[in-house]
Design a protein around this ligand. Structure first.
Ligand code: 3H9
Length: 690
């Protein structure tokens, strides 16, 4: 029928198979033949039932995201679903893999949905800054109820086939050959006879919806949306499904979708969707990979333990090495506790916990690492210590084993040079807690072999990380830019802004927390130690540390924390200390507004990103966005610092950077040449060197 759609018959059951790899997105070249096929089958009296199925690894995973922002080519999904609902003979969606977004909406246009036991169903549009625009907000509640639909649509999280069955979304679940089962199902339904009610005319899920409970749930979700428009629109659309007649609710959904698809927030989130997938691509696509069986982790502290858990969770056996039995037992006990917490929260079964724990082998002897294919070092952040570890590894690791350092700042070329196999050395910069945080900076050193790099990029995906390949420099992409973001922190305080005002400007921007709250959470002593090692000082942060104020762990830092809480309370003592320091330095306090806070912190952040791009430390501007959204909490609705720079206007950023450069003489404000080219061309990539 078309390259993307096949039509088969099994007796009087017609099977329409969509075949649009890789995920069967509903591109125009699918919609057009699909509509034609359905019209033909509707009018064909020899057809008793129609099955919609998909070839390949999944049912339709949604509308084609690459088509958004372009003129819509008809028939659109809504027209197809509306057409489906005019068919009197039974229509059945045969779901395997993932029925997501427009895919689930297509299935909701059918009278029946049957699923493979391993299938997942969901409406993840909210993650793209959208709402389901093919009738999902109006049809789903009719089957599963308004509150469940609200949760599914606002979270975007898919549910499994069994849950979908229990909720009334799916009519039957099968194991084994889905096509045979679905054909039998369709034939049996057709034999029993109709009438078959389209979902639009069903209301068993809506019943007597408790609007007060619904509104309470929606208000709770809205609070968590932190300035994102899509979750609010999703909630409104589901509410409309309860309070308005079907067609009015559908029209309202359409209008909300049109508004969102054109919004900066959705553009930003779609940018991130593709950026994350792009970041995982290396130039030599077919580079062979090394086999990774067992993973070794050196150091069972917070970082090493988290890294070990990340690999064990990904199914890899792990050898955990410490210098003493005592430290090893402490590390293993922490890992044990970590899993126990997961069990108590219900996110892990007791069985799975036992299986995961069985993946660990503890040791205090480097010789036990000889059967490891990848060894990650997570020891003290000190060049001499790291070199000693790599010297030992060089002596014992099997040939071809990948040797990785988890350093956050150190020169990996220097570490690699301390071995006789620099081609096997690279950086795996995990973020704390390593078993939770998605981001993994993979640091390519000068001599890292392409197959070693390709292996860890692939491995990162297998353990559920969002990987970005970066080059060697102090702090790599993330921490180097973080330093630029914080370069004015002390100056802002001394000139009159309080920690609370600065943090507030950040949270108003959409960050989960501001820099001072973040510092208190991470521990102020870490930065203090780093500064001392580099011969640097910070008037206020150093003084706080000298007073034993390390942040949350000591109950006081930039803020006060009541025992047992993590709520930051402004501390008059800190404010007085800042005022005294300012007076000592002869700085007169003034009122500093949010706009100034943003331009003195986030414009240098963008500027440093431009320098990183210029130097080839990051290959693409979008890689930098992926780092900042996944590792540092940059608001997703703004797409990461480099995407946001486009929204803000590179010209405006340069103008303000120049102003602050003139006033302070600081390098962080000196506009990068690439930023200037961005202002001229509107694109980061135009001038990128990597
Ligand atoms: C929607 O449906 C709106 C409607 O409500 C209203 C319409 C009016 N379109 O993720 P992977 C590409 S909004 C285009 O690596 P996995 C992806 O870029 C949509 N392309 O695979 C990648 O390309 P490349 C709602 C898409 O196995 C390749 O496919 N649906 C789409 O790890 C493989 O992707 C969603 O939001 C798409 N919809 O995961 C679901 N999806 O190879 C989005 C993927 O060139 N998709 N691509 O880099 C996913 O969540 C995952 O792709 C999925 C598979 C779980 C399906």
């Amino acid at each position: 029928m078309s390259d993307f759609l096949k039509l088969n018959r099994d007796g009087d059951v017609a099977i329409v198979t969509i075949d649009n790899p890789p995920v069967n997105a509903l591109s125009f070249h699918v919609r057009e033949p699909l509509m034609k096929a359905l019209v033909g089958l509707r009018d064909d009296s020899s057809v008793a039932a129609i099955v919609i199925a998909c070839a390949g690894r999944t049912f339709v995973a949604g509308a084609d995201i690459t088509e958004f922002g372009k003129p819509v080519q008809q028939p659109d999904l809504r027209a197809i679903v509306a057409m489906l609902e005019t068919i009197a003979k039974p229509t059945v969606a045969a779901i395997h893999g993932t029925a997501l977004g427009g895919g689930l909406e297509l299935a909701l246009g059918c009278h029946f949905r049957v699923a493979d036991a391993g299938a997942k169903l969901g409406l993840p549009e909210v993650k793209l800054g959208l709402l389901p625009g093919g009738g999902g907000t109006v049809r789903l509640p009719r089957l599963v109820g308004a509150v469940k639909a609200l949760k599914m649509i606002v979270s975007g999280a898919p549910i499994g086939a069994a849950e979908a069955h229990a909720a009334g979304l799916v009519d039957a679940v099968f194991e084994g050959d889905l096509t045979t089962h679905v054909v039998n199902f369709a034939r049996e339904i057709a034999r029993k006879g109709g009438p078959f009610t389209p979902v639009r005319d069903r209301d068993e899920g809506l019943g007597e919806t408790d609007l007060a409970a619904f509104d309470a749930e929606a208000a709770d979700l809205a609070r968590k949306a932190r300035g994102l428009e899509a979750p609010i629109a999703c909630a409104q659309a589901v509410r409309n499904a309860v309070t308005l007649p079907f067609d009015e609710a559908l029209a309202a959904e359409r209008a909300l979708f049109a508004g969102l698809v054109a919004s900066d927030q959705s553009r930003a989130q779609r940018h991130l969707f593709f950026a994350e997938r792009e970041a995982a691509k290396l130039p030599g696509k077919d580079t062979p990979k090394r086999r990774i069986g067992r993973v070794g982790v050196i150091g069972a502290g917070t970082m090493g333990g988290g890294i070990a858990i990340a690999f064990a969770n990904g199914g890899y056996p792990v050898t955990l090495l410490e210098t003493s039995q005592e430290a090893l037992q402490r590390g293993l006990a922490t890992i044990d506790r970590n899993y126990a917490v997961s069990v108590s929260r219900g996110s892990l079964t007791e069985d799975a916990r036992r299986q995961r724990l069985a993946q660990f082998k503890g040791s205090t002897d480097y010789a036990d690492l000889t059967d490891c294919d990848l060894i990650v070092e997570a020891v003290f952040e000190d060049m001499a210590v790291k070199k000693e570890v790599f010297g030992k590894l060089d002596a014992i690791a099997r040939p071809g084993a990948i040797l990785a350092t988890n350093t956050s700042y150190l020169d990996i070329n220097e570490i690699a040079a301390s071995t006789l196999r620099p081609q096997d050395v690279l950086g795996l910069h995990f973020f704390s807690p390593a078993n939770v945080m998605k981001l993994l900076e993979i640091v390519r050193a000068e001599k890292t072999a392409p197959d070693a790099l390709a292996t860890v990029v692939d491995l990162a995906r297998r353990i559920g990380k969002v990987a970005v390949v970066v080059g060697v420099c102090h702090g790599f992409v993330g921490n180097r830019m973080l330093a630029a973001r914080g370069a004015e922190s002390e100056a802002l305080l001394l000139e009159g802004a309080t920690p609370r005002q600065i943090d507030q400007a950040f949270t108003d921007f959409g960050w989960p927390m501001g820099p001072f709250q973040m510092g208190d959470l991470a521990g102020l002593d870490i930065g203090w130690r780093n500064r001392k090692a580099r011969g640097q000082t910070a008037d206020i942060a150093d003084t706080l540390c000298e007073l034993g104020r390390f942040g949350q762990k000591t109950g006081r830092g930039f803020y006060l924390y009541e025992a047992g809480t993590r709520t930051p309370v402004p501390d008059p003592e800190v404010e007085a200390l800042i005022r005294d320091k300012a007076a000592e330095k002869g700085i007169a306090p003034r009122t500093i507004g949010a706009a100034e806070i943003i331009e003195r912190t986030l414009y240098p952040l963008v500027n440093e990103g431009a320098k990183i791009l210029e130097e080839g430390i990051a290959a693409r501007a979008s890689d930098i966005d992926v780092v900042w959204v996944n590792g540092y909490g940059f608001p997703i609705g703004k797409g990461g610092p480099m995407f946001w720079a486009g929204l803000e206007g590179a010209g405006k950023i340069i103008e303000r950077l120049e102003y602050w450069h003139q006033r302070t003489g600081k390098d962080v404000f000196k506009p990068a040449p690439l930023l200037k080219r961005m202002a001229e061309t509107g694109s980061w990539e135009a001038g990128a060197t990597a």
